[in-house]
Design a protein around this ligand. Structure first.
Ligand SMILES: Cc1cc2nc3c(=O)[nH]c(=O)nc-3n(C[C@H](O)[C@H](O)[C@H](O)COP(=O)(O)OP(=O)(O)OC[C@H]3O[C@@H](n4cnc5c(N)ncnc54)[C@H](O)[C@@H]3O)c2cc1C
Length: 429
């Protein structure tokens, strides 16, 4: 039976939905997860899918999608209900991001950067250690960020990457925050800054440093730098292989004053989060679970002669094509099952087994999404990779997943191998 969902705030009444990525009964989703995922799917399928090709072609930011996300309450998906949000937890959010990623990878990926500013400062920070005064001050500050998002539709970006070892977790960020009366002076550069020029606040990771001693990762600050602040500029172009609608240009911060109230986490908390809540880095993967499903769904429709925009020619009777679809299905099922398990386990202080599983889920998702797209193009054939169809975009977008720091495919392999063979502190000396 086909489910129908209406979103009156977007003028959608009764969208006839594609089957869910995660069947609520099979994956035992809560009623709330089921309803949120259906709404995300309706938005993606009925609205974002038709805009995706234009933003991909022109490498433009999907501003209208963000207006729709705001109207539907989805900019505030992880903000508590008592503060005007939808109150979704980590897993509910992740399933929604996967549903949106099926229809527009760039929107899902940038939406992740935005949502993480509330997820990390919200439910994730609640799990971490703070004394009572620090927690109270944090709650006051995050309420300000929540209000901006709920009331004004403010968009937050998450520019961490600098081109050095910091985003991979290997060194302190070169972007520095010098403490001054009432806040910090921020100086530095961020590359691949998705949403640049389109976010209202840049959630920047910077090393607090007054000039004495060596910069330390323990002193990482997570600050919301207002896009309009003096000294903030966006430079360079964005003309990449895939994920073109993320508009990930370079951001420069030159002596930017950032007030204390802009802290998204208290001092020392980002470092604590990165060490005690590692699943915070798995949140880039939902987009790519969506892309994996999209590559598979396209292939089934195409071979059945039912893909929109293609002639009704059936190609499903050839055994080689059936085998390719079987291979794609096996990869998809394996990636989804592992990902769902890892996402379900996200919590503070995970066990070593859970952390290894999270790395494996990230690796498997990112690599499978592109492998499925590759098989899809080979199997569907030349006509399927024309730009009039979504498959070649899925192929290019999915290629970018393995490059996302700090959990790139290479770094996941590195960590799984090392951490499986060595206990903390063990050496061969
Ligand atoms: C579409 C897209 C959007 C993005 N959006 C954002 C964003 O919004 N915010 C943001 O902060 N970043 C973003 N990134 C950036 C991303 O996380 C990387 O920083 C970016 O791909 C640049 O990487 P690099 O070439 O500088 O990687 P490098 O650090 O040069 O690494 C190259 C490769 O070497 C490997 N490697 C790196 N360090 C190590 C190590 N210590 N040990 C072993 N192997 C290692 C990794 O596999 C990596 O892929 C985005 C990237 C893409 C593709």
């Amino acid at each position: 039976m086909t489910a129908h969902v209406g979103i009156p705030e977007l003028g959608l009444d009764g969208v006839s939905l594609d089957p869910p990525l995660f069947d609520p009964a099979a994956f035992r989703l809560s009623d709330e997860e089921t309803a949120l995922a259906a709404k995300a799917r309706a938005m993606g399928q009925a609205i974002f899918a038709r805009r995706a090709a234009i933003h991909d072609r022109d490498a433009t930011f999907p501003t209208e999608n963000y207006r729709d996300l705001h109207k539907a309450g989805f900019l505030a998906i992880c903000i508590p209900k008592g503060q005007g949000g939808l109150g979704a937890g980590y897993r509910a959010y992740s399933i929604c991001a996967a549903e949106i990623g099926r229809y527009c990878g760039a929107t899902a990926l940038t939406w992740n950067m935005h949502v993480c500013s509330t997820l990390w400062s919200g439910p994730l920070a609640d799990d971490l250690d703070m004394d009572a005064a620090t927690r109270a001050a944090h709650e006051r500050r995050r309420a300000l960020h929540y209000r901006r998002i709920v009331a004004d539709g403010a968009i937050y970006a998450q520019p961490f990457s600098e081109g050095g070892a910091a985003a991979a977790g290997g060194a302190a960020f070169e972007t520095q925050a010098r403490p001054v009366e009432g806040g910090w002076i921020v100086d530095g550069k961020k590359i691949f800054a998705s949403l640049s020029g389109h976010a209202d606040y840049y959630g920047v990771l910077a090393t607090e440093h007054s000039g004495d001693g060596a910069p330390s990762r323990r002193n990482t600050l997570y600050l919301a730098v207002p896009a309009q602040a003096e000294g903030v500029s966006v430079v360079g172009d964005w003309d990449p292989l895939g994920m073109r609608g993320t508009v990930s240009r370079t951001l420069l911060f030159r002596e930017v004053f950032v007030a204390e109230e802009q802290a998204l986490m208290p001092r020392g908390l980002y470092f604590q989060a990165a060490t005690r809540w590692p699943h915070m880095f798995l949140t880039l993967s939902p987009t790519y679970i969506g892309l994996a499903q999209a590559g598979y769904d396209f292939t089934v429709k195409y071979l059945r002669g039912e893909a929109p925009g293609t002639p009704p020619v059936k190609r499903r009777m050839y055994p080689t094509k059936q085998i390719a679809v079987a291979e794609m299905r096996i990869r998809l099922e394996a990636a989804k099952a592992l990902w769902f398990q890892a996402v379900t386990e996200a919590q503070a202080n995970p066990t070593k087994e859970q952390v290894l599983r999270a790395y494996a889920a990230q690796f498997s998702t990112m690599e499978s999404a592109n492998e499925i797209a590759r098989l899809a193009i080979r199997t569907c054939g030349g006509q399927s990779m024309l730009k009039s169809l979504p498959l070649e975009r899925i192929y290019r977008d999915s290629r970018c997943g393995s490059l996302m720091l700090p959990w790139t495919a290479e770094l996941c392999l590195d960590r799984i191998g090392r951490e499986a063979l060595y206990e903390p502190g063990e050496t061969d000396a």
